[in-house]
Design a protein around this ligand. Sequence first.
Ligand code: ASP
Length: 333
Amino acid sequence: MPDSSSSSAPHLLVAALGGTIASTANASGGVAPALSGAEIAAAAGLDGIWPDLQADFTQVSQVSSANVTLEMLFDVVELARTTAADGIVLTQGTDTLEESAFGLWLLNDSGIHIAATGAMRNPTLPGADGPANVRSAALTALSDQVGGLPASLVFNDEVHDPRFVTKAHTTSTAAFSSGPVLGAIGWLSEDDLHLPHAPRAPKSPFAGLPRPDRLAKIALAEVGMGEPEETLDLIAGSGFSGAVLSGVGGGHVPEHLAPAVARLAEVMPVVLASRTGSGASLKRTYGYLGGEIGLLETGLIPAGILDARKARIALTLALSLGLDPAEVFAHFG
Ligand code: ASP
């Protein structure tokens, strides 16, 4: 039996933002977000697990993934801080689900777990996965086992740590991966949550801080073969508050780019991530021009275990809240 069944009347809040999980056919010939959180949850059969479930629904937005914003995540955290619910399920599009889950992991200081989920197959398709994902997310959000963890990403019967998970496929229902080494931290079967190695939940550098008045603008540039230096010089001259470089391998750039990286680091904080998508950025291995040793000596800040997208969120919050980026990223070394 789900461990939350021991509490007398479990109380769930569903915060809905839109996405495929909420989508229905429209005049375009395609689908677009339209269903409410209540309609999404109705298909998950939650009353079959908890006949006395108390469920609340908040429609935070009704948008596709690309239109989800950090502002919406602050709204969700505010819900978490004020709700009487035991757990929260967040439903949204999968394209930016990893960013939302990580943003919530950083910001949710409420003590109420937020399990983020979505769907790869929209509700008009055979085998739509939204209902099963919502069921798994509810089982996770209401579980005693996630106490102390601010957020998770629950998908395809798996539970992922938001610091590591990425969307790695455009259509598969197994689209979410936490990389070839770490993998998921748990799974669901027969309405049981299995979380044998629940991670430590280090205190977020953003816990307890107020919502910023405005968000800093952070550029993200991925470095590729023959990357032109103009990309970096344009960023340096465009009024950004900071930048994230997604370097090749452990965090490297071509030799010819090293001077432009130095120019960029003179005018704003620059975080150095790896474009591989998993593992930690290197600090002390490669000594050639464009290697991480020289780049870090230039003043770049290592992204540590965060990929470039997550580093962009952490740097946005750090600069918006007046925190020292190097101290923030030291939490992810
Ligand atoms: N493919 C997307 C999804 O899974 C669409 C979106 O992200 O809004 O929800």
